[in-house]
Design a protein around this ligand. Sequence first.
Ligand SMILES: NC(=O)c1ccc[n+]([C@@H]2O[C@H](COP(=O)([O-])OP(=O)(O)OC[C@H]3O[C@@H](n4cnc5c(N)ncnc54)[C@H](O)[C@@H]3O)[C@@H](O)[C@H]2O)c1
Length: 423
Amino acid sequence: MDNSKETPKVSRREFIKKGSSLAAASGLVSLAAPAILSSRSPNGRISLGFLGTGSRACEILRSITGYPETFVTDVCDIYPPNLEEGAKLSLNDKVRKHEKWEKVLEQKDVDAVVVATPLYLHVPMSVAALEAGKHVYSEKSMGRTMKECNEMLASAQKHGDLVYLVGYQSRLNESLKVTKDLVNQGSFGKITQFYVHFDRNQTWKRVDVGPEWDRQLNWRLYSEYCDGLLTEVVTHEIDMVMEVLGTLPVSASFYGKILVYQDGRENHDSVMGTWEMEDGVLGVGTAHLSNASQGVGWSLLGTHGTVASSGGGLKLYWEKEARHLDSLGIKHKFTQVQLGQSLKESESPNTTPAKVLDFKVDNDYDLNTGRAFKHFYNCILNGTKPVMDAVSCRRTSIAALMAYHSSINGGRLFTRQEIEAMG
Ligand SMILES: NC(=O)c1ccc[n+]([C@@H]2O[C@H](COP(=O)([O-])OP(=O)(O)OC[C@H]3O[C@@H](n4cnc5c(N)ncnc54)[C@H](O)[C@@H]3O)[C@@H](O)[C@H]2O)c1
């Protein structure tokens, strides 16, 4: 990130709020706006406090501690081994360690917090952090309920001078931009269907912790803490598809079961169902913890072709028998795609196999996470608006919550209005 060309935007409110601690720390009399944020930490770095230092926070720490902007001042976790791991990965031997997350928010020199706790804590922590004048990188999903998502949106809008974003890091994928362009150009004809899937063969249950920690650390299994597969994993894939389509679901009908892991869990280990989008496009969503063959990914299917994403790479296919659709007035432009590896004028969809496009950063989890933090830093330092903002992430949560409520109600169709009325 090059911060040298642009002047950091600091609102008067932030200027005043942060001014006193800055003055105390630096002894400066004249506070030039561009220096405000960087003066709070040595060498222009952003002071970060981590709320929760479990598995995801540690992945984040491994990805970002090498960046010049990163300065981890505080870590917090209720589970001592995770707190120690987070402290170690902070690469700061003076890092402050806390058991209570509120203590992090009391630290005047903390610029921003990373919320990487179970879902039920995302909104309480993020709202309190914004109230305390901290920028927030919240892990996905935005919130566990419609009420929480609405509260979060209101808080983000109230604190428009602070950055709030949700960690849908794949929203920044280059492959997503390419997909959007191809879909908008009509490369795949009229999009009629999509599939989003997240299939793994793993229990999701930690067995290395005593019963006193079971619920806190196996939170994914219990409905008190999150909404299971739909808010935890499928949410990533539906987020990307909605970003390309630009539409919202009008209804959802999903089934959920505990098919394999009869271990006292409440959240389903298997879900499957459909959304209908506002323009009539139909989508299937599935997630299983008992079979990994379908892997993780999404695909968009149109009258003239298909784009399938897995891990960040793309496979593009064109339909062999699509020319009859021209007479129905369905336009396509597959011969005009100018993407190096895509169809050339001389190629025929009848003979050309799938085109594979690879994207190094998109395919690499650590680089992908790092890119999301570069984006977060850029928003803080340069006043750029976050791509994964509160408005769009609330929409993604609506889609996941529609599917979730249907899945815990025996597949009953839920409309968007019903879900929104819960807020
Ligand atoms: N963006 C991604 O690709 C991605 C990947 C994995 C997880 N996540 C998200 O990250 C979040 C954390 O997931 P995880 O896999 O790290 O789970 P985890 O269980 O490994 O970590 C959660 C941590 O929060 C701590 N915690 C619980 N209550 C707390 C409290 N009151 N105060 C402080 N700490 C508390 C736990 O002790 C634990 O260490 C979840 O929201 C998850 O959905 C995102």
